[in-house]
Design a binder for this molecule. Structure first.
Ligand SMILES: NC(=O)c1ccc[n+]([C@@H]2O[C@H](COP(=O)([O-])OP(=O)(O)OC[C@H]3O[C@@H](n4cnc5c(N)ncnc54)[C@H](OP(=O)(O)O)[C@@H]3O)[C@@H](O)[C@H]2O)c1
Length: 236
């Protein structure tokens, strides 16, 4: 894929899927800007990627980002913080509200602030998650947040046209998001998930990044959700 002369903005580019996407877009020739919340995390960006501070839970931070940018061809949203795991009966309202704040409202705020700066030939790619449609027990919170984004994105594909809007839906992907788990517990969770999946493995960040690049580059793709989840949306 060739993204030469394209400006790609990645929200959440300091780690995991976002960082892999920044590296892949750079390798495809794009000018890449990626965001993180701190100077320390921005020091971790791949070579040749410019960094900008953003905490998308803060409207002033989103407005400041929009002010700094002249124009963007491809906007990628790949960030979240609080995740609402757990059975429906146990998942309290504060945890679900925090999860919406840490992903849905952040994506919404950034797209609203940047829509006018997106080039007519550009795209928006929202990274959602297989939980949106896999109907796995314990994932009602994840399903709500990511399902809301997938539903909204299809409407945006019409409202923001000719700009293209797609969602990329990863399954379990080995990123720093799981760094808080003890090594043994993390390895056991990855192994158990891999054993359940038709693909027989969990995802690597670059598996997802390559599909995000496809969503940016293919001029006939809009309003679509691309599952890159090892078959999680099929397996039971
Ligand atoms: N990993 C998985 O198994 C998996 C599965 C399905 C879906 N997903 C989705 O894929 C996306 C990326 O996941 P990941 O595992 O790559 O995440 P990650 O490794 O935890 O990275 C999260 C990124 O989000 C940024 N971020 C967090 N809170 C933010 C905020 N308030 N404002 C702006 N940026 C913020 C972080 O930046 P700083 O810390 O530098 O500020 C970091 O760059 C997320 O939307 C996640 O829900 C992941």
């Amino acid at each position: 894929m060739n993204l030469t002369a394209q400006h790609v903005l990645i929200v959440g580019g300091t780690r995991g899927i976002g960082r892999a996407t920044a590296a892949a877009a750079r390798a495809a020739g794009a000018r890449v800007t990626a965001t993180g919340r701190s100077a320390a995390s921005l020091a971790n960006l791949p070579d040749g990627v410019a960094g900008l501070r953003l905490d998308f839970t803060d409207p002033a931070s989103v407005a400041a980002l929009a002010d700094r940018l002249d124009g963007v061809d491809h906007l990628v949203l790949s960030a979240s913080d609080a995740v609402a795991w757990g059975p429906f009966a146990d998942l309290g309202e504060p945890a679900l509200r925090a999860a919406f704040d840490a992903k849905f409202w952040g994506y919404w705020r950034v797209i609203r602030a940047l829509a006018a700066k997106l080039s007519a030939t550009g795209s928006v790619t929202l990274v959602t998650g297989a939980a949106a449609r896999a109907a796995l027990p314990g994932t009602s919170g994840l399903a709500a947040v990511n399902g809301a984004l997938e539903a909204m994105a299809r409407v945006l594909a019409v409202e923001l046209a000719p700009r293209r809007v797609n969602t990329v839906s990863p399954g379990l992907t080995a990123t720093e998001a799981y760094a808080g788990l003890p090594d043994e517990a993390r390895a056991a969770m990855f192994a158990a998930t891999a054993a359940r999946l038709p693909a027989g493995r969990v995802g690597a960040p670059d598996d997802i990044a390559q599909v995000i690049l496809l969503a940016m580059a293919n001029p006939f793709l809009t309003g679509s959700t691309l599952d890159v989840d090892g078959g999680a949306h099929l397996a039971r």
